[in-house]
Design a protein around this ligand. Structure first.
Ligand SMILES: Cc1cc2nc3c(=O)[nH]c(=O)nc-3n(C[C@H](O)[C@H](O)[C@H](O)COP(=O)(O)OP(=O)(O)OC[C@H]3O[C@@H](n4cnc5c(N)ncnc54)[C@H](O)[C@@H]3O)c2cc1C
Ligand code: FES
Length: 253
């Protein structure tokens, strides 16, 4: 994985802020300069007086404008949702290690808001003409963000696409598309099932993990997970060593 070198603080400007599904919002942040970002990397946003910045995966990156797709959860996301075009916004990024893109037939899986970095990854794979298919899982059709380009959709309640959890479709997707690599982001249980299915079918997996973060830069150790390294179990920080890990290196509980 590639170590981030170009992390920077930006006093940026909020541009488009809009609701794109029943529970998610899109904001585009103008940083005033082109920034190189690998899919899977994240930015951390200062939220109006809250001590801890809030981390968000990059969803798009065009002409110096970073887009994020987010769900409202608490004070931080409520603040971001309330921003208006022209408001100043303080971000640090890009942070962490993104997906290590390989020129291999790729299966992309995103579940819930985990579709954000996966959608960005899809655009980066397509720019390189790498064959890929993007499967997304949602609770119901109202959760599917407007304008997102997903090839296969599954909803828990069957209101759009295949019915049921995307977990139930992982094996079928692998058998049907025969990917050489799987990239994924979503709830832990989805990532665990993808990593285990990858091991079973001998397919490489790269998964973007999420953990509640404090510093976001590898200092506080508040976001550690266990990974396997040289036949030992060691700690790794999701914010600095990740958020993207090989599915086979994570110790799944
Ligand atoms: C690397 C990374 C990338 C992320 N990318 C995105 C993204 O693209 N879009 C998006 O909507 N969110 C993303 N998140 C989650 C996002 O950071 C949280 O939703 C946000 O910090 C919540 O802030 P808040 O002040 O609104 O809520 P808080 O008041 O901090 O929390 C409200 C509730 O949400 C829970 N919560 C907070 N953080 C998380 C979390 N990481 N996972 C699950 N529950 C949480 C809290 O436990 C609490 O119950 C990402 C997190 C990480 C670590
Ligand atoms: S959030 Fe502090 S080390 Fe990761």
């Amino acid at each position: 994985m590639i170590q981030t070198q170009n992390k920077k603080i930006y006093k940026a400007v909020a541009e488009t802020v809009k609701q794109v599904s029943s529970s998610s919002y899109f904001i585009e942040i103008n940083c005033g300069e082109k920034i190189n970002i690998k899919a899977g990397q994240f930015i951390s946003i200062y939220c109006n007086g809250l001590t801890l910045r809030r981390p968000f995966s990059v969803y798009s990156n065009k002409n110096g404008k970073i887009g994020i797709l987010f769900k409202e959860r608490g004070k931080g996301t409520k603040y971001i949702k309330s921003l208006k075009t022209g408001d100043l916004i303080d971000i640090i990024g890009p942070l962490g290690n993104g997906f290590n893109i390989k020129d291999k037939k790729s299966l992309l899986i995103g579940a819930g808001i985990g579709i954000a970095p996966i959608s960005f990854l899809k655009s980066q794979l397509e720019e390189r003409n790498i064959t890929c298919i993007f499967a997304g899982g949602f609770l119901n059709k109202n959760e599917i963000p407007i304008g997102i380009n997903i090839d296969k959709i599954y909803t828990d309640d069957g209101s759009y696409g295949g019915k049921g959890s995307i977990i139930d479709y992982i094996e079928g997707l692998i058998n049907e598309y025969k990917p050489e690599i799987i990239y994924a982001c979503g709830p832990l249980i989805v990532l665990k099932n993808i990593a285990l299915a990858g091991q079973k079918h001998n397919v490489e997996t790269q998964i973007a993990m999420e953990k509640v973060m404090a510093c976001g830069i590898g200092v506080c150790r508040g976001c550690v997970i266990d990974i396997k390294k040289d036949n030992k179990i060691v700690n790794a920080t999701v914010c600095k060593d990740g958020p993207v890990f090989s599915g086979s290196e994570v110790v799944w509980r």
